[in-house]
Design a binder for this molecule. Structure first.
Ligand SMILES: [Cu+2]
Length: 262
Protein backbone atom coordinates (compact mmCIF):
# COMPACT_ATOMS: atom_id res chain seq x y z
CA UNK A 1 0.00 0.00 0.00
CA UNK A 2 2.78 2.38 0.97
CA UNK A 3 4.66 1.67 -2.23
CA UNK A 4 1.46 2.19 -4.19
CA UNK A 5 0.93 5.57 -2.54
CA UNK A 6 4.57 6.48 -3.14
CA UNK A 7 4.30 5.46 -6.78
CA UNK A 8 1.13 7.50 -7.17
CA UNK A 9 2.78 10.47 -5.49
CA UNK A 10 5.85 10.14 -7.68
CA UNK A 11 3.84 9.94 -10.87
CA UNK A 12 1.70 12.88 -9.77
CA UNK A 13 4.87 14.89 -9.22
CA UNK A 14 6.34 13.86 -12.56
CA UNK A 15 3.05 14.53 -14.33
CA UNK A 16 3.52 18.19 -13.47
CA UNK A 17 6.12 18.48 -16.23
CA UNK A 18 5.16 15.72 -18.62
CA UNK A 19 2.00 14.19 -19.98
CA UNK A 20 -0.70 15.37 -22.33
CA UNK A 21 -0.85 18.95 -21.08
CA UNK A 22 2.50 20.51 -20.35
CA UNK A 23 4.36 23.47 -21.82
CA UNK A 24 7.57 21.79 -20.59
CA UNK A 25 6.87 18.72 -22.71
CA UNK A 26 6.64 20.36 -26.14
CA UNK A 27 5.69 18.40 -29.27
CA UNK A 28 5.56 21.20 -31.82
CA UNK A 29 7.83 23.89 -33.26
CA UNK A 30 6.10 26.78 -31.52
CA UNK A 31 5.82 25.01 -28.20
CA UNK A 32 9.56 24.20 -28.52
CA UNK A 33 10.35 27.92 -28.87
CA UNK A 34 8.34 28.68 -25.74
CA UNK A 35 9.95 25.89 -23.72
CA UNK A 36 13.45 27.08 -24.72
CA UNK A 37 12.50 30.62 -23.68
CA UNK A 38 11.24 29.31 -20.33
CA UNK A 39 14.48 27.47 -19.58
CA UNK A 40 16.69 30.41 -20.63
CA UNK A 41 14.72 32.78 -18.37
CA UNK A 42 14.83 30.27 -15.52
CA UNK A 43 18.61 29.75 -15.85
CA UNK A 44 19.54 33.44 -16.20
CA UNK A 45 17.21 34.66 -13.46
CA UNK A 46 18.22 31.75 -11.22
CA UNK A 47 21.84 32.82 -11.62
CA UNK A 48 20.94 36.45 -10.80
CA UNK A 49 19.14 35.24 -7.67
CA UNK A 50 22.17 33.19 -6.59
CA UNK A 51 24.57 36.12 -7.10
CA UNK A 52 22.22 38.44 -5.21
CA UNK A 53 21.90 36.00 -2.32
CA UNK A 54 25.69 35.52 -2.24
CA UNK A 55 26.14 39.32 -2.07
CA UNK A 56 23.58 39.57 0.70
CA UNK A 57 25.22 36.75 2.64
CA UNK A 58 28.60 38.42 2.24
CA UNK A 59 27.27 41.76 3.46
CA UNK A 60 25.55 40.22 6.48
CA UNK A 61 28.47 38.10 7.62
CA UNK A 62 31.34 40.49 6.85
CA UNK A 63 33.37 41.40 9.93
CA UNK A 64 32.64 44.82 11.24
CA UNK A 65 35.26 47.50 11.52
CA UNK A 66 37.62 46.31 14.26
CA UNK A 67 37.64 49.73 15.90
CA UNK A 68 33.92 49.39 16.49
CA UNK A 69 33.25 53.01 15.64
CA UNK A 70 29.70 53.97 14.80
CA UNK A 71 29.02 54.38 11.11
CA UNK A 72 29.41 57.87 9.74
CA UNK A 73 26.22 59.66 8.88
CA UNK A 74 27.50 60.65 5.45
CA UNK A 75 30.47 58.47 4.61
CA UNK A 76 32.38 59.42 1.50
CA UNK A 77 31.52 57.05 -1.33
CA UNK A 78 34.57 54.89 -1.82
CA UNK A 79 35.93 53.85 -5.19
CA UNK A 80 35.18 50.08 -4.85
CA UNK A 81 31.58 50.90 -3.97
CA UNK A 82 31.27 53.10 -7.05
CA UNK A 83 32.68 50.30 -9.20
CA UNK A 84 30.27 47.79 -7.67
CA UNK A 85 27.31 50.09 -8.35
CA UNK A 86 28.39 50.65 -11.96
CA UNK A 87 28.79 46.88 -12.46
CA UNK A 88 25.34 46.15 -11.03
CA UNK A 89 23.71 48.84 -13.16
CA UNK A 90 25.47 47.70 -16.34
CA UNK A 91 24.74 44.01 -15.80
CA UNK A 92 21.07 44.78 -15.05
CA UNK A 93 20.71 46.75 -18.29
CA UNK A 94 22.51 44.06 -20.32
CA UNK A 95 20.53 41.14 -18.80
CA UNK A 96 17.12 42.86 -19.12
CA UNK A 97 17.84 43.98 -22.69
CA UNK A 98 18.99 40.48 -23.63
CA UNK A 99 15.87 38.87 -22.15
CA UNK A 100 13.64 41.47 -23.86
CA UNK A 101 15.22 40.71 -27.27
CA UNK A 102 14.81 36.95 -26.68
CA UNK A 103 11.22 37.50 -25.60
CA UNK A 104 10.32 39.52 -28.72
CA UNK A 105 12.08 36.96 -30.88
CA UNK A 106 10.10 34.17 -29.20
CA UNK A 107 6.89 36.12 -29.75
CA UNK A 108 7.66 36.30 -33.48
CA UNK A 109 8.32 32.56 -33.58
CA UNK A 110 5.09 31.76 -31.74
CA UNK A 111 2.66 34.14 -33.45
CA UNK A 112 4.36 35.02 -36.74
CA UNK A 113 2.46 33.71 -39.73
CA UNK A 114 4.35 31.22 -41.83
CA UNK A 115 3.51 29.70 -45.19
CA UNK A 116 -0.02 28.53 -46.04
CA UNK A 117 -1.38 26.01 -43.60
CA UNK A 118 -2.37 22.48 -44.64
CA UNK A 119 -5.65 22.67 -42.74
CA UNK A 120 -7.72 25.58 -41.47
CA UNK A 121 -10.08 25.01 -38.60
CA UNK A 122 -12.49 27.42 -36.95
CA UNK A 123 -12.88 27.07 -33.22
CA UNK A 124 -15.79 28.86 -31.58
CA UNK A 125 -15.83 29.11 -27.81
CA UNK A 126 -19.09 28.61 -25.93
CA UNK A 127 -20.04 28.41 -22.26
CA UNK A 128 -18.77 25.75 -21.79
CA UNK A 129 -17.62 23.81 -24.82
CA UNK A 130 -15.64 24.14 -28.00
CA UNK A 131 -17.33 24.09 -31.38
CA UNK A 132 -14.86 22.91 -34.04
CA UNK A 133 -15.59 23.60 -37.71
CA UNK A 134 -13.53 22.15 -40.55
CA UNK A 135 -13.80 24.69 -43.35
CA UNK A 136 -13.96 23.86 -47.05
CA UNK A 137 -16.38 22.40 -49.57
CA UNK A 138 -17.06 19.33 -47.48
CA UNK A 139 -17.00 21.12 -44.19
CA UNK A 140 -18.17 19.44 -41.01
CA UNK A 141 -18.17 20.04 -37.29
CA UNK A 142 -16.97 18.33 -34.15
CA UNK A 143 -17.09 19.30 -30.49
CA UNK A 144 -14.32 19.45 -27.89
CA UNK A 145 -11.95 17.52 -30.14
CA UNK A 146 -9.67 18.60 -32.97
CA UNK A 147 -8.00 16.08 -35.22
CA UNK A 148 -4.95 17.21 -37.14
CA UNK A 149 -2.36 15.58 -39.41
CA UNK A 150 1.11 15.11 -37.88
CA UNK A 151 3.87 17.32 -39.25
CA UNK A 152 1.58 19.87 -40.93
CA UNK A 153 0.86 23.43 -39.92
CA UNK A 154 -2.76 23.87 -38.90
CA UNK A 155 -4.29 27.33 -38.59
CA UNK A 156 -6.94 27.76 -35.92
CA UNK A 157 -9.33 30.69 -36.32
CA UNK A 158 -10.60 31.65 -32.91
CA UNK A 159 -13.93 33.38 -32.28
CA UNK A 160 -16.46 33.21 -29.47
CA UNK A 161 -20.22 32.86 -29.27
CA UNK A 162 -20.49 34.52 -25.89
CA UNK A 163 -17.78 35.63 -23.45
CA UNK A 164 -13.97 35.72 -23.56
CA UNK A 165 -12.34 32.29 -23.60
CA UNK A 166 -8.71 31.35 -24.13
CA UNK A 167 -7.40 28.56 -26.31
CA UNK A 168 -4.30 26.82 -25.00
CA UNK A 169 -2.76 23.49 -25.95
CA UNK A 170 0.47 23.79 -23.92
CA UNK A 171 2.31 20.95 -25.69
CA UNK A 172 1.68 22.39 -29.16
CA UNK A 173 1.55 26.19 -29.10
CA UNK A 174 1.13 29.37 -27.11
CA UNK A 175 -2.08 30.72 -25.66
CA UNK A 176 -4.53 33.00 -27.47
CA UNK A 177 -7.81 34.57 -26.36
CA UNK A 178 -11.19 34.31 -28.07
CA UNK A 179 -12.64 37.82 -27.96
CA UNK A 180 -16.27 38.76 -28.75
CA UNK A 181 -16.45 40.56 -32.10
CA UNK A 182 -12.90 39.68 -33.05
CA UNK A 183 -11.18 36.85 -34.91
CA UNK A 184 -7.77 35.65 -33.74
CA UNK A 185 -5.56 33.16 -35.44
CA UNK A 186 -3.17 30.66 -33.94
CA UNK A 187 -1.01 28.09 -35.66
CA UNK A 188 -0.47 24.65 -34.15
CA UNK A 189 1.64 21.76 -35.30
CA UNK A 190 2.32 18.34 -33.79
CA UNK A 191 5.63 16.55 -34.36
CA UNK A 192 4.35 13.11 -33.49
CA UNK A 193 1.04 11.30 -33.23
CA UNK A 194 -0.69 11.52 -29.90
CA UNK A 195 -3.39 13.13 -27.83
CA UNK A 196 -2.70 16.61 -26.47
CA UNK A 197 -4.97 18.21 -23.92
CA UNK A 198 -5.93 21.84 -23.74
CA UNK A 199 -7.96 23.86 -21.32
CA UNK A 200 -9.87 27.11 -21.51
CA UNK A 201 -7.40 29.49 -19.91
CA UNK A 202 -9.67 32.45 -19.23
CA UNK A 203 -12.27 32.22 -16.48
CA UNK A 204 -15.57 32.17 -18.38
CA UNK A 205 -18.21 31.13 -15.85
CA UNK A 206 -19.19 28.36 -13.45
CA UNK A 207 -18.15 25.38 -15.61
CA UNK A 208 -14.93 27.00 -16.88
CA UNK A 209 -12.78 24.32 -15.24
CA UNK A 210 -14.53 21.64 -17.30
CA UNK A 211 -13.97 23.37 -20.60
CA UNK A 212 -11.27 21.07 -21.95
CA UNK A 213 -10.32 20.31 -25.52
CA UNK A 214 -8.29 17.46 -27.00
CA UNK A 215 -6.08 17.62 -30.05
CA UNK A 216 -5.60 14.22 -31.65
CA UNK A 217 -2.62 14.18 -34.01
CA UNK A 218 -2.93 11.41 -36.61
CA UNK A 219 -0.67 10.15 -39.39
CA UNK A 220 -1.61 12.14 -42.53
CA UNK A 221 -3.19 9.13 -44.30
CA UNK A 222 -5.21 8.27 -41.21
CA UNK A 223 -6.29 11.91 -40.89
CA UNK A 224 -7.47 12.01 -44.52
CA UNK A 225 -9.46 8.81 -44.00
CA UNK A 226 -11.10 10.30 -40.94
CA UNK A 227 -11.80 13.60 -42.70
CA UNK A 228 -13.39 11.86 -45.69
CA UNK A 229 -15.57 9.80 -43.38
CA UNK A 230 -16.67 12.88 -41.43
CA UNK A 231 -17.41 14.83 -44.61
CA UNK A 232 -19.49 12.00 -46.14
CA UNK A 233 -23.25 12.56 -45.97
CA UNK A 234 -25.03 10.78 -43.12
CA UNK A 235 -26.49 7.38 -43.99
CA UNK A 236 -30.24 7.03 -44.07
CA UNK A 237 -31.58 5.78 -40.74
CA UNK A 238 -34.65 4.15 -42.33
CA UNK A 239 -33.20 0.64 -42.08
CA UNK A 240 -32.84 1.10 -38.32
CA UNK A 241 -36.49 1.92 -37.75
CA UNK A 242 -37.57 -1.64 -36.98
CA UNK A 243 -34.67 -2.35 -34.67
CA UNK A 244 -34.49 -1.65 -31.00
CA UNK A 245 -31.29 0.25 -30.41
CA UNK A 246 -31.38 -0.10 -26.65
CA UNK A 247 -32.42 -3.75 -26.49
CA UNK A 248 -28.89 -4.86 -25.73
CA UNK A 249 -26.80 -3.85 -22.78
CA UNK A 250 -23.67 -3.97 -24.96
CA UNK A 251 -21.37 -1.02 -24.44
CA UNK A 252 -21.86 0.28 -27.97
CA UNK A 253 -25.33 0.69 -29.48
CA UNK A 254 -23.77 -0.04 -32.87
CA UNK A 255 -22.46 -3.40 -31.66
CA UNK A 256 -26.01 -4.19 -30.56
CA UNK A 257 -27.34 -3.17 -33.95
CA UNK A 258 -25.07 -5.49 -35.91
CA UNK A 259 -26.04 -8.38 -33.63
CA UNK A 260 -29.73 -7.77 -34.31
CA UNK A 261 -29.31 -7.56 -38.05
CA UNK A 262 -27.66 -10.98 -38.27
CU1 LIG B 1 -14.00 29.27 -21.49
Amino acid sequence: MASLTAAAGGSALASGCTGVQSALNPHGERADALAVLFWIFTAVLGLVWLVTMAGLFFALTRRRDSRGEPAQAHPAVKRPVRIAFAAMLTSTVIILSGLAVLSFDGQRAVFGDGAGAAVTISVIGHQWWWQVRYEGNNGFETANEIRIPVGSAVDIKLTTGDVIHSFWIPSLAGKLDLIPGKSNELRIQADKPGVYRGQCAEFCGQQHAHMAIFVVALEPSEFERWRAKQAAPARSMAHLAKQSVFASAASSPFAALSEHSQ
